[in-house]
Structures are given as structure tokens and as C-alpha cells.
Design a protein around this ligand. Structure first.
Ligand SMILES: [Zn+2]
Length: 108
């Protein structure tokens, strides 16, 4: 059970780190204390940065969702079971991909 607790702790830590980053990105995107540049070239750069940040934000949110789902599986006692075939997912795979829901056979 201690392994599962370790997994749980690291998932919680990851989710917290991601949530902090999302908060920062969203504060930035909301444009707090931000001037829009007058120069069109700067403005284009500005918008491009926003797109990058938005993509990062979406990616982080998706990852938080996956981590939450993994935590729910830990709590339900189904963590580490393949969602497709019901077999145990190899520990090495879980360490590399803690939020995975399928074993290597079903994933390929
Ligand atoms: Zn499987």
C-alpha cells in the first residue's frame, strides 16, 4: 500500500504545481497590468505569445483532469488496472505514465 501512497502523493503534488501554473497563466491572459503595444509588429508578437499561453493553459487543464481521474481510481482501489482488459498495468509503465488507464498491450 505504501507504493500507492507514494503514487498518490506525487499525483497530488503534480496537480498542485499545474494548478499554480494555470493560475499564473490565466492572470496573465486576463491582462492584469498589461498594456497593448501600439506597434503592429509588437502587437502580433503579443498575440502569438497569448496563443502559446492558451495552448499551455489548455494542456495543463487537461493534465489536471487526468490526474484527478487517476486520484479517483486510487481512492476507488482500481488504480493500476487496465480500463480495457482489466489486467494489472506494469509498474514500470505506471511510473513513466502515472495517469495512464491502459496496459501496454491495449495502448498499442
Ligand atoms: Zn489492457
Amino acid at each position: 500500500m505504501s507504493d500507492l501512497q507514494t503514487v498518490r502523493d506525487s499525483l497530488v503534488a503534480q496537480a498542485e504545481a499545474l494548478a499554480k501554473r494555470v493560475e499564473k497563466i490565466e492572470a496573465h491572459l486576463r491582462g492584469v497590468d498589461r498594456d497593448t503595444p501600439d506597434n503592429w509588429r509588437e502587437r502580433a508578437q503579443f498575440l502569438e505569445n497569448d496563443e502559446v499561453l492558451e495552448a499551455l493553459d489548455e494542456h495543463d487543464l487537461a493534465q489536471i483532469g487526468q490526474i484527478k481521474a487517476a486520484l479517483a481510481r486510487v481512492d476507488a482501489g482500481t488504480y493500476g488496472e487496465c480500463a480495457d482488459c482489466g489486467e494489472a498495468i506494469a509498474v514500470g509503465r505506471l511510473k513513466a505514465l502515472p495517469t495512464t488507464t491502459t496496459c501496454i498491450d491495449c495502448a498499442s
